[in-house]
Design a protein. Structure first.
Length: 115
């Protein structure tokens, strides 16, 4: 007897991941912050808060900022930049995919030798 495979061959459109998804919480435990979209006020506020929290937990341990971004808001990006300059830990930046416009600015704003 033969069974028919009834699942659709097309993947359903998934919503964009948010900073509350378990995978991002797991990355945060390893001091990794993920910027995987346009730089906006909403995600900039979360990224700034994550950096401040990690800096308070251990001011001597590096923070890793992974960037895959087409750019975005200048004011939101400057908030992230200002936080990177304010905190004591080094912020290592890594481009994954695309880092354009404000994404590239943040990439080049990492600690010298760690970008």
């Amino acid at each position: 007897m033969t069974e028919l495979f009834t699942a659709s061959p097309v993947m359903e459109q998934a919503e964009a991941p948010t900073s509350t998804d378990p995978i991002f919480n797991r990355l945060l435990k390893d001091r990794i912050i993920w910027l995987g979209s346009e730089v906006k006020d909403e995600n900039a506020n979360v990224i700034c808060a994550q950096m401040l929290m990690l800096a308070a937990e251990d001011p001597k341990k590096d923070i890793w900022l992974y960037i895959n971004s087409p750019g975005g808001s200048i004011t939101a990006g400057m908030a992230i930049y200002d936080t990177m300059q304010l905190i004591e830990p080094d912020v290592a930046t890594i481009a994954v995919g695309m880092a354009a416009s404000m994404g590239q600015f943040l990439l080049s704003s990492g600690t010298p030798g760690k970008r």
